[in-house]
Design a protein around this ligand. Structure first.
Ligand code: PLP
Length: 388
Protein backbone atom coordinates (compact mmCIF):
# COMPACT_ATOMS: atom_id res chain seq x y z
CA UNK A 1 0.00 0.00 0.00
CA UNK A 2 1.63 3.19 -1.17
CA UNK A 3 -1.03 5.88 -1.67
CA UNK A 4 0.15 9.13 -3.17
CA UNK A 5 -0.76 11.60 -0.43
CA UNK A 6 1.46 14.24 -2.06
CA UNK A 7 -1.04 14.59 -4.89
CA UNK A 8 -3.11 17.77 -4.62
CA UNK A 9 -6.75 17.00 -5.34
CA UNK A 10 -8.96 19.93 -6.20
CA UNK A 11 -11.87 19.61 -3.76
CA UNK A 12 -13.64 22.71 -5.00
CA UNK A 13 -17.03 21.96 -6.50
CA UNK A 14 -17.69 19.01 -4.15
CA UNK A 15 -19.65 21.08 -1.58
CA UNK A 16 -16.60 20.80 0.69
CA UNK A 17 -17.09 22.75 3.91
CA UNK A 18 -13.58 24.17 3.98
CA UNK A 19 -12.99 24.65 0.23
CA UNK A 20 -16.40 25.70 -1.12
CA UNK A 21 -17.90 27.78 1.70
CA UNK A 22 -15.10 30.22 2.43
CA UNK A 23 -17.09 33.33 1.63
CA UNK A 24 -20.05 32.23 3.74
CA UNK A 25 -18.05 30.98 6.72
CA UNK A 26 -14.93 33.16 6.77
CA UNK A 27 -16.13 36.16 4.75
CA UNK A 28 -13.27 35.79 2.24
CA UNK A 29 -12.25 33.63 -0.71
CA UNK A 30 -8.93 32.20 -1.82
CA UNK A 31 -7.97 30.87 1.61
CA UNK A 32 -5.76 27.87 2.22
CA UNK A 33 -7.96 25.96 4.68
CA UNK A 34 -6.17 23.90 7.33
CA UNK A 35 -8.90 24.11 9.94
CA UNK A 36 -11.81 21.64 10.08
CA UNK A 37 -10.77 18.05 10.82
CA UNK A 38 -11.12 16.26 7.52
CA UNK A 39 -8.32 15.10 5.25
CA UNK A 40 -7.46 16.32 1.76
CA UNK A 41 -6.78 12.67 0.86
CA UNK A 42 -9.04 10.19 -0.94
CA UNK A 43 -10.51 7.41 1.22
CA UNK A 44 -9.03 3.88 1.06
CA UNK A 45 -9.45 2.34 -2.43
CA UNK A 46 -11.57 -0.51 -0.99
CA UNK A 47 -13.99 2.08 0.40
CA UNK A 48 -14.28 3.83 -2.95
CA UNK A 49 -14.91 0.46 -4.62
CA UNK A 50 -17.61 -0.46 -2.06
CA UNK A 51 -19.32 2.88 -2.68
CA UNK A 52 -19.10 2.39 -6.43
CA UNK A 53 -20.71 -1.03 -6.17
CA UNK A 54 -23.44 0.30 -3.92
CA UNK A 55 -24.09 3.23 -6.27
CA UNK A 56 -24.25 0.95 -9.30
CA UNK A 57 -26.98 -1.10 -7.69
CA UNK A 58 -29.13 1.95 -8.22
CA UNK A 59 -31.84 1.38 -5.61
CA UNK A 60 -31.47 3.53 -2.50
CA UNK A 61 -34.49 2.65 -0.38
CA UNK A 62 -34.58 2.59 3.44
CA UNK A 63 -31.68 0.71 5.00
CA UNK A 64 -30.71 -0.66 8.41
CA UNK A 65 -27.38 -1.89 9.72
CA UNK A 66 -26.74 -5.53 8.77
CA UNK A 67 -25.10 -7.84 11.33
CA UNK A 68 -21.95 -7.84 9.18
CA UNK A 69 -21.60 -4.10 9.88
CA UNK A 70 -21.60 -4.63 13.66
CA UNK A 71 -19.17 -7.53 13.24
CA UNK A 72 -16.80 -5.36 11.20
CA UNK A 73 -16.87 -2.64 13.88
CA UNK A 74 -16.25 -5.18 16.65
CA UNK A 75 -13.39 -6.94 14.81
CA UNK A 76 -11.72 -3.61 14.11
CA UNK A 77 -12.01 -2.47 17.74
CA UNK A 78 -10.66 -5.76 19.05
CA UNK A 79 -7.74 -5.79 16.62
CA UNK A 80 -6.77 -2.12 17.12
CA UNK A 81 -7.54 -1.59 20.79
CA UNK A 82 -7.89 -5.03 22.35
CA UNK A 83 -11.44 -4.21 23.45
CA UNK A 84 -14.13 -6.85 22.88
CA UNK A 85 -17.48 -5.25 22.07
CA UNK A 86 -20.65 -7.22 22.71
CA UNK A 87 -23.37 -6.96 20.12
CA UNK A 88 -26.06 -5.77 22.51
CA UNK A 89 -23.92 -2.83 23.68
CA UNK A 90 -23.94 -1.21 20.23
CA UNK A 91 -26.34 1.52 19.18
CA UNK A 92 -25.85 3.17 15.77
CA UNK A 93 -26.22 6.96 15.67
CA UNK A 94 -26.20 9.64 12.96
CA UNK A 95 -22.80 11.01 14.06
CA UNK A 96 -20.64 11.61 17.12
CA UNK A 97 -21.89 15.13 17.85
CA UNK A 98 -25.53 14.00 17.50
CA UNK A 99 -24.72 11.14 19.90
CA UNK A 100 -23.23 13.59 22.42
CA UNK A 101 -26.44 15.62 22.23
CA UNK A 102 -28.56 12.49 22.66
CA UNK A 103 -26.51 11.56 25.72
CA UNK A 104 -27.05 15.03 27.19
CA UNK A 105 -30.80 14.67 26.66
CA UNK A 106 -30.90 11.08 27.92
CA UNK A 107 -28.91 11.59 31.12
CA UNK A 108 -29.62 15.13 32.30
CA UNK A 109 -32.36 17.73 32.67
CA UNK A 110 -32.31 21.40 31.63
CA UNK A 111 -30.26 23.34 34.18
CA UNK A 112 -28.09 20.34 35.12
CA UNK A 113 -24.31 20.58 34.83
CA UNK A 114 -22.22 18.87 32.15
CA UNK A 115 -18.45 18.90 32.62
CA UNK A 116 -15.98 19.56 29.80
CA UNK A 117 -12.20 19.96 29.89
CA UNK A 118 -11.03 22.93 27.84
CA UNK A 119 -9.27 23.68 25.66
CA UNK A 120 -11.50 21.15 23.91
CA UNK A 121 -13.40 20.51 20.67
CA UNK A 122 -15.86 23.43 20.66
CA UNK A 123 -19.07 21.50 19.87
CA UNK A 124 -18.86 19.99 23.38
CA UNK A 125 -19.70 23.29 25.07
CA UNK A 126 -22.12 24.23 22.33
CA UNK A 127 -23.96 20.92 22.72
CA UNK A 128 -24.42 21.69 26.42
CA UNK A 129 -25.65 25.25 25.80
CA UNK A 130 -28.01 24.31 23.01
CA UNK A 131 -29.67 21.77 25.27
CA UNK A 132 -30.02 24.37 28.03
CA UNK A 133 -27.67 22.61 30.42
CA UNK A 134 -24.83 24.31 32.31
CA UNK A 135 -21.20 24.00 31.23
CA UNK A 136 -19.03 22.98 34.18
CA UNK A 137 -15.44 23.69 33.22
CA UNK A 138 -12.57 21.57 34.43
CA UNK A 139 -9.63 22.93 32.41
CA UNK A 140 -6.69 20.74 31.49
CA UNK A 141 -3.52 21.52 33.41
CA UNK A 142 -0.54 22.70 31.37
CA UNK A 143 3.03 22.03 32.44
CA UNK A 144 5.57 23.16 29.86
CA UNK A 145 4.25 21.70 26.62
CA UNK A 146 2.32 18.88 28.27
CA UNK A 147 -1.33 18.88 29.23
CA UNK A 148 -2.71 16.76 32.06
CA UNK A 149 -6.18 15.75 33.16
CA UNK A 150 -7.24 17.31 36.46
CA UNK A 151 -9.10 14.62 38.40
CA UNK A 152 -9.07 16.65 41.64
CA UNK A 153 -10.30 19.70 39.76
CA UNK A 154 -13.22 17.69 38.44
CA UNK A 155 -14.27 16.61 41.91
CA UNK A 156 -14.18 20.24 43.05
CA UNK A 157 -15.96 21.61 39.97
CA UNK A 158 -18.77 19.04 39.82
CA UNK A 159 -21.66 20.18 42.02
CA UNK A 160 -24.62 18.02 43.07
CA UNK A 161 -26.41 18.68 39.80
CA UNK A 162 -23.53 17.79 37.48
CA UNK A 163 -24.55 14.62 35.65
CA UNK A 164 -22.03 14.00 32.90
CA UNK A 165 -18.44 14.44 31.85
CA UNK A 166 -17.74 14.71 28.12
CA UNK A 167 -14.25 13.32 27.76
CA UNK A 168 -12.20 13.71 24.59
CA UNK A 169 -9.83 10.74 24.18
CA UNK A 170 -7.50 11.25 22.36
CA UNK A 171 -7.89 14.95 23.03
CA UNK A 172 -8.66 17.42 20.26
CA UNK A 173 -7.05 20.01 20.07
CA UNK A 174 -4.08 19.33 22.37
CA UNK A 175 -3.22 15.99 20.69
CA UNK A 176 -2.71 14.02 23.90
CA UNK A 177 -3.29 10.27 24.04
CA UNK A 178 -4.30 9.79 27.67
CA UNK A 179 -2.38 7.20 29.68
CA UNK A 180 -3.94 4.53 31.87
CA UNK A 181 -3.11 6.20 35.23
CA UNK A 182 -4.51 9.55 34.09
CA UNK A 183 -7.72 7.99 32.82
CA UNK A 184 -8.12 5.85 35.92
CA UNK A 185 -7.81 8.82 38.26
CA UNK A 186 -10.32 10.79 36.23
CA UNK A 187 -12.75 7.88 35.93
CA UNK A 188 -12.55 7.22 39.67
CA UNK A 189 -13.41 10.86 40.33
CA UNK A 190 -16.43 10.40 38.03
CA UNK A 191 -17.53 7.31 39.95
CA UNK A 192 -17.26 9.18 43.27
CA UNK A 193 -19.27 12.11 41.87
CA UNK A 194 -21.75 9.75 40.14
CA UNK A 195 -21.03 11.26 36.75
CA UNK A 196 -21.73 9.39 33.53
CA UNK A 197 -18.70 9.49 31.25
CA UNK A 198 -19.38 10.25 27.61
CA UNK A 199 -16.07 9.21 26.11
CA UNK A 200 -15.69 10.67 22.62
CA UNK A 201 -13.09 8.36 21.06
CA UNK A 202 -13.54 9.44 17.45
CA UNK A 203 -9.76 10.01 17.16
CA UNK A 204 -8.84 6.65 18.75
CA UNK A 205 -7.35 5.14 15.60
CA UNK A 206 -5.29 8.24 14.82
CA UNK A 207 -2.48 7.55 17.25
CA UNK A 208 1.16 8.02 16.41
CA UNK A 209 3.82 5.30 16.75
CA UNK A 210 4.89 4.87 20.35
CA UNK A 211 1.45 5.72 21.78
CA UNK A 212 -1.51 3.51 22.52
CA UNK A 213 -5.13 4.47 22.88
CA UNK A 214 -6.90 2.96 25.87
CA UNK A 215 -10.71 2.84 25.69
CA UNK A 216 -12.11 4.38 28.88
CA UNK A 217 -14.64 1.57 29.23
CA UNK A 218 -11.84 -1.01 29.10
CA UNK A 219 -10.37 0.32 32.40
CA UNK A 220 -12.70 -1.75 34.62
CA UNK A 221 -16.17 -3.28 34.69
CA UNK A 222 -17.32 -0.61 37.10
CA UNK A 223 -16.14 2.20 34.84
CA UNK A 224 -17.64 0.48 31.76
CA UNK A 225 -20.97 0.48 33.60
CA UNK A 226 -20.90 4.29 33.76
CA UNK A 227 -19.50 4.98 30.29
CA UNK A 228 -20.98 5.77 26.89
CA UNK A 229 -18.21 5.40 24.30
CA UNK A 230 -18.61 7.07 20.93
CA UNK A 231 -16.80 5.54 17.96
CA UNK A 232 -16.88 6.18 14.25
CA UNK A 233 -15.09 5.23 11.04
CA UNK A 234 -15.57 8.74 9.70
CA UNK A 235 -12.53 10.47 11.25
CA UNK A 236 -10.18 7.51 10.78
CA UNK A 237 -10.95 6.98 7.09
CA UNK A 238 -11.98 10.49 6.04
CA UNK A 239 -15.68 9.78 5.59
CA UNK A 240 -17.09 12.77 7.52
CA UNK A 241 -19.34 13.75 4.62
CA UNK A 242 -21.12 10.41 4.96
CA UNK A 243 -21.84 10.66 8.70
CA UNK A 244 -22.62 7.88 11.14
CA UNK A 245 -21.28 6.69 14.50
CA UNK A 246 -21.65 3.98 17.07
CA UNK A 247 -22.50 4.40 20.76
CA UNK A 248 -21.16 1.60 22.95
CA UNK A 249 -23.12 1.28 26.21
CA UNK A 250 -22.50 -1.85 28.29
CA UNK A 251 -24.94 -0.95 31.08
CA UNK A 252 -28.51 -2.00 30.17
CA UNK A 253 -30.18 0.78 32.14
CA UNK A 254 -28.07 3.55 30.55
CA UNK A 255 -28.51 1.91 27.16
CA UNK A 256 -32.28 1.94 27.56
CA UNK A 257 -32.30 5.65 28.40
CA UNK A 258 -30.03 6.48 25.48
CA UNK A 259 -32.12 4.37 23.10
CA UNK A 260 -35.32 6.09 24.28
CA UNK A 261 -33.79 9.51 23.59
CA UNK A 262 -32.90 8.34 20.08
CA UNK A 263 -36.40 6.97 19.51
CA UNK A 264 -37.87 10.33 20.49
CA UNK A 265 -35.96 11.92 17.63
CA UNK A 266 -36.28 9.03 15.15
CA UNK A 267 -32.57 8.56 14.59
CA UNK A 268 -32.93 4.91 13.50
CA UNK A 269 -32.69 4.89 9.73
CA UNK A 270 -29.18 4.26 8.44
CA UNK A 271 -27.53 5.84 5.41
CA UNK A 272 -26.82 3.23 2.74
CA UNK A 273 -23.52 4.81 1.72
CA UNK A 274 -22.28 5.18 5.30
CA UNK A 275 -22.88 1.48 5.87
CA UNK A 276 -21.10 0.39 2.71
CA UNK A 277 -18.16 2.72 3.30
CA UNK A 278 -17.59 2.10 7.00
CA UNK A 279 -17.86 -1.69 6.73
CA UNK A 280 -15.32 -1.75 3.89
CA UNK A 281 -13.07 0.63 5.84
CA UNK A 282 -13.08 -1.49 9.01
CA UNK A 283 -12.49 -4.66 7.04
CA UNK A 284 -9.82 -3.48 4.60
CA UNK A 285 -8.61 -0.03 5.66
CA UNK A 286 -5.73 -0.86 8.05
CA UNK A 287 -2.85 -0.58 5.51
CA UNK A 288 -4.23 2.75 4.24
CA UNK A 289 -4.47 4.03 7.82
CA UNK A 290 -0.85 3.05 8.54
CA UNK A 291 0.19 5.01 5.45
CA UNK A 292 -1.84 8.06 6.54
CA UNK A 293 -0.30 7.98 10.01
CA UNK A 294 3.21 7.83 8.57
CA UNK A 295 2.41 10.78 6.30
CA UNK A 296 0.91 12.81 9.14
CA UNK A 297 3.96 12.11 11.28
CA UNK A 298 6.23 13.30 8.46
CA UNK A 299 4.09 16.44 8.07
CA UNK A 300 4.40 17.02 11.80
CA UNK A 301 8.21 16.80 11.59
CA UNK A 302 8.13 19.17 8.64
CA UNK A 303 6.05 21.65 10.67
CA UNK A 304 8.41 21.42 13.65
CA UNK A 305 11.52 21.94 11.52
CA UNK A 306 9.98 24.70 9.43
CA UNK A 307 8.97 26.76 12.45
CA UNK A 308 12.22 26.05 14.29
CA UNK A 309 14.10 27.61 11.39
CA UNK A 310 11.76 30.35 10.30
CA UNK A 311 9.75 31.33 13.39
CA UNK A 312 11.56 29.91 16.40
CA UNK A 313 9.38 31.83 18.84
CA UNK A 314 6.40 29.61 17.94
CA UNK A 315 6.25 26.34 19.86
CA UNK A 316 4.75 23.19 18.33
CA UNK A 317 3.34 20.94 21.04
CA UNK A 318 3.99 17.17 20.93
CA UNK A 319 1.63 15.26 18.64
CA UNK A 320 0.64 11.97 20.26
CA UNK A 321 -2.67 11.47 18.49
CA UNK A 322 -5.09 13.13 16.02
CA UNK A 323 -3.74 14.86 12.90
CA UNK A 324 -4.20 18.30 14.45
CA UNK A 325 -1.11 20.17 15.61
CA UNK A 326 -1.45 22.60 18.52
CA UNK A 327 0.92 25.52 18.11
CA UNK A 328 1.73 28.10 20.76
CA UNK A 329 2.17 31.59 19.31
CA UNK A 330 2.07 33.32 22.72
CA UNK A 331 5.79 34.17 22.71
CA UNK A 332 5.12 36.49 19.74
CA UNK A 333 3.21 38.77 22.11
CA UNK A 334 0.26 39.36 19.76
CA UNK A 335 -3.36 39.50 20.85
CA UNK A 336 -5.75 36.87 19.46
CA UNK A 337 -7.29 39.50 17.20
CA UNK A 338 -3.86 40.49 15.85
CA UNK A 339 -2.90 36.86 15.29
CA UNK A 340 -6.11 36.23 13.41
CA UNK A 341 -5.73 39.40 11.35
CA UNK A 342 -2.24 38.35 10.25
CA UNK A 343 -2.95 34.68 9.60
CA UNK A 344 -6.42 34.90 8.08
CA UNK A 345 -6.44 38.30 6.38
CA UNK A 346 -2.80 38.82 5.53
CA UNK A 347 -1.58 35.26 4.92
CA UNK A 348 -5.01 34.05 3.76
CA UNK A 349 -4.56 30.82 5.69
CA UNK A 350 -7.58 29.50 7.54
CA UNK A 351 -6.67 27.78 10.81
CA UNK A 352 -8.75 27.11 13.92
CA UNK A 353 -8.20 29.90 16.44
CA UNK A 354 -7.20 28.73 19.91
CA UNK A 355 -9.86 30.77 21.77
CA UNK A 356 -12.60 28.80 19.99
CA UNK A 357 -11.61 25.83 22.15
CA UNK A 358 -12.33 27.73 25.36
CA UNK A 359 -10.23 28.42 28.45
CA UNK A 360 -6.52 28.08 27.77
CA UNK A 361 -6.82 28.51 24.00
CA UNK A 362 -5.58 32.10 23.86
CA UNK A 363 -2.46 32.51 21.74
CA UNK A 364 -2.73 29.06 20.13
CA UNK A 365 -3.70 27.94 16.63
CA UNK A 366 -4.68 24.44 15.51
CA UNK A 367 -3.21 23.24 12.22
CA UNK A 368 -4.63 20.31 10.27
CA UNK A 369 -1.75 18.11 9.08
CA UNK A 370 -3.82 15.73 6.92
CA UNK A 371 -3.04 17.47 3.66
CA UNK A 372 -0.40 17.17 0.93
CA UNK A 373 2.99 18.44 2.11
CA UNK A 374 3.07 21.09 -0.61
CA UNK A 375 -0.14 22.65 0.76
CA UNK A 376 1.23 22.62 4.28
CA UNK A 377 4.48 24.18 3.09
CA UNK A 378 2.63 26.92 1.21
CA UNK A 379 0.42 27.66 4.22
CA UNK A 380 3.39 27.81 6.59
CA UNK A 381 5.36 30.05 4.24
CA UNK A 382 2.45 32.48 4.14
CA UNK A 383 1.90 32.35 7.91
CA UNK A 384 5.57 32.96 8.66
CA UNK A 385 5.73 35.92 6.26
CA UNK A 386 2.61 37.45 7.79
CA UNK A 387 4.14 37.22 11.27
CA UNK A 388 7.65 38.37 10.44
C1 PLP B 1 -13.52 15.16 19.20
C2 PLP B 1 -14.47 15.17 18.05
N1 PLP B 1 -15.71 14.67 18.20
C3 PLP B 1 -16.61 14.65 17.18
C4 PLP B 1 -16.27 15.15 15.93
C5 PLP B 1 -17.28 15.16 14.83
O1 PLP B 1 -18.04 14.01 14.82
P1 PLP B 1 -19.26 13.84 13.83
O2 PLP B 1 -18.85 14.43 12.51
O3 PLP B 1 -19.47 12.36 13.77
O4 PLP B 1 -20.43 14.54 14.43
C6 PLP B 1 -14.98 15.68 15.74
C7 PLP B 1 -14.61 16.25 14.44
O5 PLP B 1 -13.61 16.89 14.28
C8 PLP B 1 -14.07 15.68 16.82
O6 PLP B 1 -12.82 16.18 16.68
Amino acid sequence: MNPDFDRILDRRGTASLKWDFQKRLAGMEGLLPLWVADMDFPAPPEVIEALRQRAEHGVFGYTLEPESWFEAAASWTLARHGWRLQREWLLPCPGVVPAIRLAIQAFSEPGDGVAIQPPVYYPFGESVHRNRRRVVENPLLLEGTRYRLDAEGLEKAADGRTRLLILCSPHNPVARVWRREELERLAEACLRKKLIIVSDEIHCDLVLPGFRHLPTAALSGEIAGRTVTLLSATKTFNLAGLGGSLAVIPDPELRGRFRAAGKALWTDIANAFTLAASEAAWRHGAPWLEAVLAYVQANYRFLVEFLAQRLPAAVVFPLEGTYLAWVDFRPLGLTDAELKERILRKARVWLDDGPMFGAGGTGFQRINLACPRALLAEALERVVQSLS
